[in-house]
Write a protein that binds this ligand. Sequence first.
Ligand SMILES: [Zn+2]
Length: 334
Amino acid sequence: MRQARCTTQEPRSVVSEILNTYRCINRGRPNLNRISNLCYTFFSMIIGIDLGGTKIAGVLTTPSGKIIMDVQIPTEAQKGKKQVIANIKKAVRMLIHSHKAKVSAIGIGAPGPILYEKGIVIEAPNLPGWKKVHLKNILEKEFKLPIFVDNDANCAALAEARFGAGKSAKHFIYMTVSTGIGGGIIIDNKLYRGAIGSAGEFGHMKIADSSPKCGCGNYGCLEALASGSALKKMTGMNAISVELAARQGEKKARQAIRELAHYLAIGIANLINAFNPEMVIIGGGLSNMRELIVSPVKKEFKKYALSLPAKSVRIVRAKLGTKAGVLGAAALCL
Ligand SMILES: [Zn+2]
């Protein structure tokens, strides 16, 4: 089954954004140079692609994060690496050809560990046959544009930094709580990748002596105790069903969420002690449980964090939802 979905925004909305910006920054006489510079900024577009196990999502966006067009096509992971790469190229072509805008660069967010400088996907869970794929080289040859490749959690952190909940913060921690747990570290407005690009793997912090076996092969990891998969092991239900049951007052579901929030609070307190961030932004599927999960975390982390950094930190939900992946991939180009 092959499906493509496109939504195009009226060019008029882009023009109105330019005019609104113009009105805000120039209350005096018209300044045509300023407007033409703004037009240049707006019409030099970037592309962000989020490579997932089931779908490839992409956007054509302005550098200020205004989405001009988005596409979604099936990844077809089971057909192998070649087909997946062909589908990535197809999504990029759909975006490039949709508007006559100049595209200046393409960013790709991919699952699993990535060698950022070289743009190599070391291996990608859920994508059979993906070992040491030189995605940057392959796409540079095809499109003759600068290509940036990074891990999807780093991309989501970058998206929140540029366009979302972390826009006003210089130092923050982004934690995605979904089937697994990952994250990104923003220091001085920049993404911190570490020596080989593997920083931000918060899911594998050790926070207990024992737990069900983690995906990394170890025990006691945050991911083994506080992720969507951990919740499923505890309750036999997926996160949406657990949330529904908890909201209907079912004790077992409430207890499971409380336990999960307890471990998240320990993990977040460790990060607050280590990094002294202005904010901790919680994203990913489980953050959709809103106050069910965020409120107990907000209360409990103070028990484990040092009092000074605990007083100044704000714990908030991510703002960009499902668009964080594509916008973050685009933000790699900025
Ligand atoms: Zn682990």
